[in-house]
Ligand binder design. Structure first.
Ligand SMILES: [Zn+2]
Length: 234
C-alpha cells in the first residue's frame, strides 16, 4: 500500500571525486573512535555513497561506515539477507584482512548514506596486526547477530518479523516517518510482498502503525512491541 515507484538510477549517487563532509564523518561512533591517522586517511580517501530506499549496490570490496539509514546485507550468492545494519554500523572488515575481493550486495531499507574506504587502507595506515585485533574484537558480536537473524528467519512468523524490522528501522530513521517500501521490507525478510502487506495491515488495524504512501509511522510503540518477536532488535 505504501510502495512508491522504484528509484531511478539517478537516485543512486556516488561521487568518487567529492570528499566526504567532516560533519557526516563526525556522526559515526566507530569512525570517530579510530586512531586519528586512520580517520585522516579515511577522510582523504573515502567516498560518501548515497543509496535511495530500495536501491541495491555492492560493497565494491570497500570497508563501510553507515552514517545514516539502514541496509540489508546479502550472502555471496544473494540467496537471503544475512545481516541488517543500522545507523552507526560498520561492515566489510573481513575484506581488510584478505587479498581476495569480497563483494556483498546491499539493499537500502531507508534513504542511506555510508562512507566507503579502500579495504587495504587500515592495514596500510595501522598495520595488519591492528586490523586483526579490531576484527577479532567485533567478530563474536557479529557472529551472534548473524546467528540470531538466521534463527529468527527459520522460526518466527512473518508478522512478528515485520514488526521487529519496523522497530529497527525506526531507530535508524532520521524522521518519525519511516520512509521505506513494502518491496524493500519483503526482500529483507525473504518473503512475498503480499505477506508483508498482510502483516502491515494487521499492525495498522491494531493501531500500532499508520501507513502513508511511501512511508509509515509508529503510532503506538507498545502495541508494536506486542507483535514483534524482538530478535536482535536494536
Ligand atoms: Zn525473531
Amino acid at each position: 500500500m505504501f510502495d512508491v515507484t522504484p528509484p531511478s538510477t539517478e537516485q543512486l549517487r556516488c561521487s568518487p571525486s567529492a570528499r566526504p563532509e567532516r560533519e557526516a564523518l563526525a556522526r559515526h561512533p566507530v569512525l570517530i573512535a579510530l586512531p586519528q591517522a586512520l580517520q585522516d586517511a579515511a577522510h582523504a580517501q573515502g567516498r560518501l555513497i548515497h543509496q535511495a530506499t530500495g536501491q541495491r549496490r555492492t560493497t565494491g570490496g570497500s570497508l563501510g561506515f553507515l552514517i545514516e539509514g539502514a541496509l540489508a546485507v546479502y550472502d555471496e550468492r544473494n540467496l537471503a539477507c544475512i545481516e541488517r545494519l543500522g545507523t552507526g554500523a560498520t561492515f566489510g572488515w573481513e575484506t581488510a584482512l584478505t587479498t581476495r575481493t569480497s563483494e556483498q550486495e546491499l539493499l537500502a531499507l531507508l534513504d542511506t548514506s555510508w562512507l566507503a574506504i579502500p579495504a587495504a587502507l587500515p592495514a596500510q595506515v595501522m598495520g595488519i596486526s591492528w586490523v586483526e585485533r579490531m576484527f577479532g574484537r567485533h567478530a563474536l558480536d557479529r557472529l551472534r547477530r548473524i546467528q540470531s537473524l538466521s534463527a529468527c528467519q527459520v522460526v518466527h512468523a512473518v508478522s512478528a518479523r515485520t514488526a521487529t524490522l519496523i522497530q529497527q528501522l525506526a531507530t535508524s530513521s532520521a524522521t518519525e516517518e519511516i520512509r521505506t517500501t513494502q518491496a524493500a521490507l519483503a526482500d529483507a525478510l525473504g518473503v512475498q510482498r503480499t505477506s508483508v502487506n498482510a502483516a502491515i495491515k494487521d499492525l495498522e488495524a491494531a493501531g500500532a502503525v499508520r501507513v502513508r504512501r511511501g512511508s509509515l509511522r509508529i503510532t503506538c510503540a507498545s502495541t508494536l512491541a506486542c507483535f514483534a518477536c524482538g530478535c536482535g532488535c536494536g
